[in-house]
Design a protein around this ligand. Sequence first.
Ligand SMILES: Nc1ncnc2c1ncn2[C@@H]1O[C@H](COP(=O)(O)OP(=O)(O)OP(=O)(O)O)[C@@H](O)[C@H]1O
Ligand SMILES: [Mg+2]
Length: 415
Amino acid sequence: MANKKDKDPSIIASLDIGTSKIACVIGRATEDQNLEILGAGSALSEGVKKCTIINIEEASKVIARAIEEAELMAGQEIDSVYVGISGIHTDGINTKSVVAINNKNREVTQEEVKRAIDIAIERVTPSDREVLHVIPQQYVIDDQDGIKNPIGMNGTKLGAYVRVITANYTVIQNTIKAVSKAGVDINDFILGTIGEAELLLSPEERDLGVVLIDIGAGTTEVVGYYNDSLMFNGALNIGGMEITADISSIYKLTLQQSEKIKKMYGHAWPSAVSETETIEVQTVNKRIKTIKRRDLAEVINARVEEIFESVRKMLTSSGMYDFANAGAVLTGGTALLQGIDQVAEEILDMPCRIAFVENVGGIADAVKSPIYAKAVGILYYPVKKGNIILQSQKPKISGTLEKLKEFFNNFFFGE
Ligand SMILES: Nc1ncnc2c1ncn2[C@@H]1O[C@H](COP(=O)(O)OP(=O)(O)OP(=O)(O)O)[C@@H](O)[C@H]1O
Ligand SMILES: [Mg+2]
């Protein structure tokens, strides 16, 4: 293993704290802003409920295990990680502000942009929340809208439209404790789904309007883009775990058995399954139970429909639904469920595709599954935003100030 002192700063790592597993991915940021995968590891979650840490001690052990596995594969030790933040305690709000351009030349400088962003954030961030990202959507100078980079342009008024993404302060604090107990520093926090969006969505989809849906074990998270800007993020406390629990309670099987038959024989689109096909499973009292595969699909279908109905409701009430012209992209482990794209198309009434991790080099096969999409996305995001050279060894708690720095460094679109 490499000595800590001769560490290559281009080698970075991520942590995805999920309901069912904690994943760590180690990669190298290349000079042409791409990501090479060096190693990946995962361990079954403990001390985590609905992707939120509820037991620091237990969670830190699992984090350490996932990191160790990834280090072994990479043949490389790491001492810091980018940590994904997920779940219903995250939030996002679109906000706007207007400031006067009152310098001598009436030209927009960083000063006016910073003032506009400051005002926009102040309006929407309560004190018990941590700002994760400040993402500009567009600028308006006098009556001219749709401006991606206003610096150097002339006018009298500058308007800024931004999305501010926040997370619950206590959840962040507990995450910091668990990660540092596992022996690594935190480079930054990243909303996992925007990393996935960077990785899995094409620029054309983001421009035309698209939603990305990550269905994990305990949560379903959604982000929406339009005009190449992040317009929406949201989360629901429902996922693959609920499908497994339904199978368990209807067929009186253990959760482990139910999980196994869901993965092996499960289908979300009943009419695609033969009416005569059966599965034999042993119940807890050692009896053999025969289950019709079509019936199993009906059970799964009911819950999957409920998930997409809730997603549709969330998209409709936020106004994002009408902007998803390119449809929906599915990821997360539950995206592996057969027939899920058909249910998504039917309920959301838009084209849907399942995304696998592509666009990365190195041992890409190790992270191809949608189960790893978030951990890879969390690593891909700082690479694409050109943040890697700024990496410091000290933990950076993602305060508003840090986020503004990120914003100035990276967020003038089209540059
Ligand atoms: N082949 C499969 N068919 C059906 N479901 C599957 C399959 N493979 C994995 N899953 C489900 O995917 C879920 C795990 O996905 P993932 O690893 O994305 O979740 P997580 O990140 O741990 O959870 P969350 O994101 O909700 O916190 C489990 O519910 C599991 O049953
Ligand atoms: Mg997940």
